[in-house]
Design a protein around this ligand. Sequence first.
Ligand code: DOR
Length: 443
Amino acid sequence: MKTLIKNARVVTPTGIESVSVLVDGDKIAAMDVAVQTVADVTVDAAGLFLIPGVIDDQVHFRDPGLTHKEDLATASRACAKGGVTTFLEMPNTVPPAITQALLDEKLALAAEKSLVNYGFYIGATPDNIDEISAAKNTPGIKIFIGSSTGNLLVDEQEALERIFAETTLPITAHCEDEATVRANAKKYANSTDVSDHSRIRDHAAAIVATRRAMDLAFRHNHRFHVLHVSTGAETELLADHRGLITAEACPHHLLLNVDDYARLGTLAQANPSLKTAEDSQQLWQALLDERIQVVATDHAPHTLEEKRQPFPKAPSGVPCIENSLALMLNEVNRGRCTLEQVIHWMCDAPARVWDIVDKGRIVEGYDADLVLVDLGRTAQVRNEEQLTKCGWSPWDGEKLTGWPVRTWVMGCEVFCEGKLDTSRPGRAAKFDHARGGYWATAE
Ligand code: DOR
């Protein structure tokens, strides 16, 4: 099947150009073809931007084991609506994905249920070094250096040294120092004020753990990706990447801060916690000067009933997958960044960090994972319209300008103006770790 996407605006290295793109099967077959080229389907994209599908490198889709919150079918529909064509999912499912057999089970579940492309990290434990050093078909190893949702935790120095020394896959981690968090939690043991979440999971907790993980990466010469950076001080550490370190920021840390607890209560509770408006500003600055390379969501759905429990009973995490692109496009319209930067942070950079084959760019021969964006459309985020099973968003009621309107996954249109085609073309992403990651592929 051939699809011609006619007269789309595409961000190219030399600026924004009007381009007609021919998709043949699951690949981008040709760029800048004559508009009279004959195809099975022709899409008039005049006035719209065509961008590579978003690759979200940090999501929690709860399947298997926690499917009352989310599952791979609901989450991948939310992805298609939000312009996310590939997700990389975290191992804190039930059971946790800590062996190749459990990883393969998740891949099989996704092959059955997912509308978009997928990959799954393998989780580190203090004693699964054999599994994580031999793991295949995975973007990399996830370590919870501090505990969060679930019971995955590796914070003993000896175990961490072994993981960095004896494995070769890229490593990523949740960086909040367990000892700091526990000591702070004692101080606020009787608190029912959710803003104390940011005093328990404080700046020091994030900085100590990120510094510790970066030190391990440098000493063992091991690639390492810092998930959900939340403090300005961590962005200063990230200036020293030595070709090994990359990092990610999430929309909730970029766009919300501790002042939002008054409005959102426990809905804004996340790990790492929200920090100050100044920290958010520093995260933006780090994105703009490439100390942080990736924007991803940490989509962490919990039901409203669970989230509305009082602090400290409410679980941590915010859902974001179907609004992340719109939230960032809204920032383009506000003048905070350019569309080119958003494409870099959400499409190209994650493909390079995780060595994903043939994704993240609009070039001939790459996979036809594509999104048409209407940069001028204004619409409200509404809880009632969320496709994520948890059915809410911390941005409920917010008006955003700039929305994905059509999404193709491997050449199949999965979302068009509010309508989904659920025939499930999603496939396992391929990882070629010999590429060496983000810095090795810098141009
Ligand atoms: O707030 C969070 N929730 N942070 C994490 O790292 C885990 C996530 C979850 O799985 O709920």
